[in-house]
Design a protein around this ligand. Structure first.
Ligand code: FEO
Ligand code: CA
Ligand code: CA
Ligand code: CA
Length: 690
């Protein structure tokens, strides 16, 4: 198998040139010769700002070229402190910790974690992840406020040894239905109205907007899978009303000011109740194949949840279709606290990480998404209809209907050598040809079934398996798309991959390391800079990790811009600020081992997309990951999340002493660490990162 020589891959033309010259360059290049880009994309950059939210203006404004991006802070090295570490001149505040009140009548958090299900429903959830700040005036289509807004935050999962009191372990003798309810109420998303008062951010506890959206919240299913036979359960014969959301990982938001929460590891919540898993039978071979494609051979719920013991809808032997109602992206209107969130079937069903939108020159909405499991795929959705700021009610329907595509990265095999660095999007529609000469319509009865089985459809057309696709981010000026491929311990191994019977693929162009521990960031440029294009060019932006573990000249060697000072592994969260700085958040497990060059705790770094310079901006407390990022419109405040501080000890040890690794954020007197949001600002009042 041939490996591309990284030095031969053309560097991003946007690195060094203004956008109009980029367009000219693109037009001159081999694969872009026939494109019609030009006037339409350029006029898009001048899109009228009057009716649009601040963030859209930011996405389309003329900003300094990446060459001149400022990084006005002294970069940090690695750290193992149990604290938030920031560059000189920056300050932070911890807000919205797990258990903090959502309402003025919420019960106070109990430090020994003895609060039950009813209390948790009135408190901030656990393990914060994706997040977005909606300026309070955004509901009217503006969105200027940088001092007041709705902060919507995902709560991905719970860590039982921190979340439950001593002696309570999912499934053990002390386990009961109320602990299940507590767990269900702590996952989903919270809406908290925040206001800046005398330089400190405060939750507005009597706000009508505050809300817990969790595993018990009723929601509508919209799009081609709504009402499908595979979506019907005994509690919902209509197949159109699902209950709850959980496993809420990364996020997105929309130009019409709704929030997107992405259901990731939903399969972990389904099991066989008190039955012996070895004796539990699948209802039929088709259900078995479908369930295994989404989880693997494991029939059991994760030992972290065990909802299946007290809530029969999580027992798949009783409700085999319930799991089909999860694995979607959910749209929430934070400004209407009584609205039912919508599960967006048109965007596909898989282990969603985040959702990054951009507008095409014709104003159709494009949403990029990754499926975070080893050797899974990257997708994009293109809406059928166009965004129009003057028809807000119609905008609300834009994600109900469109075409889902999956990415093929060429250059992975010797036969494809001359295609190295190119890629294509394959539509997941019924008339699309499969690798074996059929059509997707021969494999799936209708679009509902195809979307419920998105992974199987992507397998059939030969999508490229990637190293655990996490977040995607779109450059605000150039529209270049970046994605974190966090790691893939199984690439090149003989372990079984879940398209039944297959092994994990060996290293290829965008995934150049077998048993990849460190991860990489890959980027692509759509043909003609049009996000709806069917072809793209890609290259590897950075190979993370220890630059010294491979020989000089080895294509697996870490990127040249990685040093002992800024080394990191397992990139995960990813977002651009308005000027085009790329903010990278890490979720590595190996930080202090030698092979990781002493990378320290997980951190947040900022990259210059042009020069590939990377500066460490923040280091999190012990055992955490850093995830979720959003700014106030004036970019004077950045909000980030600290998820699972204190993880890393054995469950037995953690049960006995949950504060042994970390006591962040409450300090030495606290019995356990608490996930929380951190808001960061520059003491001189300037823009963060600049
Ligand atoms: Fe929830 Fe893929 O991280
Ligand atoms: Ca993640
Ligand atoms: Ca994680
Ligand atoms: Ca991760």
């Amino acid at each position: 198998m041939s490996q591309p020589d990284w030095d031969d891959i053309p560097s991003n033309p946007s690195n060094t040139t203004p956008f109009n010259e980029v367009v000219a360059q693109l037009k001159g290049r081999r694969q872009f010769i026939k494109t019609g880009l030009g006037a339409s994309a350029l006029s898009f950059l001048g899109l009228g700002a009057g009716l649009l939210p601040t963030q859209i203006r930011a996405q389309t404004s003329t900003a300094p070229s990446s060459q001149t991006l400022g990084f006005g802070f002294e970069p940090l090295g690695p750290s193992t402190a149990d604290a938030i570490t920031l560059p000189k001149g920056y300050a932070h505040q911890v807000i919205n910790r797990w258990g903090d009140p959502l309402f003025d009548y919420s019960p106070a958090f109990k430090g020994d974690a003895t609060d039950g299900g009813a209390e948790q429903a009135l408190q901030v959830g656990f393990n914060h992840d994706g997040m977005h700040f909606f300026p309070i005036d955004a509901q009217l289509g503006g969105g200027q406020s940088s001092t007041e807004g709705l902060l919507v935050t995902n709560h991905e999962y719970i860590t039982p040894h921190f979340f439950f009191p001593e002696g309570v372990v999912p499934g053990n003798a002390n386990w009961n239905g109320d602990w299940v309810l507590k767990s269900q109420h702590a996952q989903g998303a919270s809406v908290v109205h925040m206001r800046l008062v005398d330089g400190r951010w405060q939750a507005v506890l009597d706000s009508p907007f505050n809300r817990s959206i969790n595993a018990t919240t009723p929601m509508r299913v919209v799009g081609p899978a709504a009402g499908h036979a595979l979506m019907q359960t005994s509690a919902d014969p209509s197949g159109q009303w699902a209950v709850g959301t959980f496993g809420n990982c990364g996020n997105g938001w929309t130009p019409w000011n709704t929030y997107l929460t992405c259901e990731e590891n939903f399969t972990d919540y389904f099991g066989v109740g008190t039955q012996n898993p070895a004796q539990a039978d699948y209802p039929d071979a088709a259900t078995q194949a479908h369930m295994e494609r989404y989880k693997g051979a494991n029939k059991e719920a994760s030992e972290d949840y065990r909802w299946d013991t007290h809530d029969s809808r999580f027992n798949w032997t009783q409700e085999p279709n319930e799991a089909n109602r999860f694995g979607w992206i959910v749209e929430i209107d934070p400004f209407d606290p009584h609205s039912a969130p919508k599960k967006l079937a048109a965007l596909g069903r898989f282990k969603h990480e985040n959702a990054a939108w951009t507008l095409a020159p014709d104003q159709r909405v494009v949403v990029y998404m990754g499926d975070d499991q080893r050797s899974e795929y990257i997708y994009k959705f293109v809406s059928k209809n166009a965004f129009n700021p003057e028809t807000p009610a119609l905008n609300r329907l834009l994600l109900d209907e469109g075409v889902l595509y999956v990415a093929k990265f060429h250059g992975s095999t010797a036969q494809e050598e001359d295609l190295a660095g190119q890629g294509e999007w394959v539509a997941l529609t019924l008339d699309t040809p499969t690798l074996d000469g059929k059509k997707l319509g021969d494999l799936f009865q209708d679009m509902g079934e195809l979307l419920i089985k998105t992974r199987q459809a992507a397998d059939a057309v030969g999508a490229t398996p990637m190293d655990r696709p996490e977040w995607v981010a779109v450059h605000p000026q150039t529209k270049e798309v970046y994605t974190t491929l966090t790691n893939n311990s199984h690439r090149g191994s003989d372990k079984e991959r879940w398209p039944n019977g297959l092994k994990h693929p060996t290293a290829d162009g965008p995934n150049p390391r077998n048993e990849n521990k460190y991860g990489q960031i890959v980027r692509w440029r759509e043909q003609g800079a049009d996000p709806t294009a069917l072809r793209f060019e890609w290259d590897v932006f950075v190979l993370a990790g220890n630059p010294n573990v491979y020989e000089e000249g080895d294509s697996r060697r870490g990127s040249a811009t990685i040093t002992a000072q800024n080394t990191f592994n397992s990139p995960d969260g990813l977002a651009f600020d308005q000027q085009g700085r790329l903010w990278i958040q890490t979720d590595g497990n190996y930080s202090d081992r030698d092979e990781y060059l002493g990378q320290g705790n997980n951190s947040m770094l900022i990259a210059n997309p042009a020069s590939k310079e990377i500066h460490r901006f923040l280091v999190g407390p012990k055992g955490c990951e850093v995830t979720g990022i959003t700014w106030t419109p004036d970019q004077r405040y950045v909000f980030i999340n600290i998820q699972h501080p204190g993880e890393g000890q054995s469950i037995e040890d953690a049960q006995k002493q949950p504060n042994a690794v970390s006591t962040w954020p409450d300090g030495a007197q606290s019995t356990r660490p608490r996930p929380a949001t951190v808001v960061i600002w520059r003491e001189d009042g300037g823009q963060v990162g600049a």
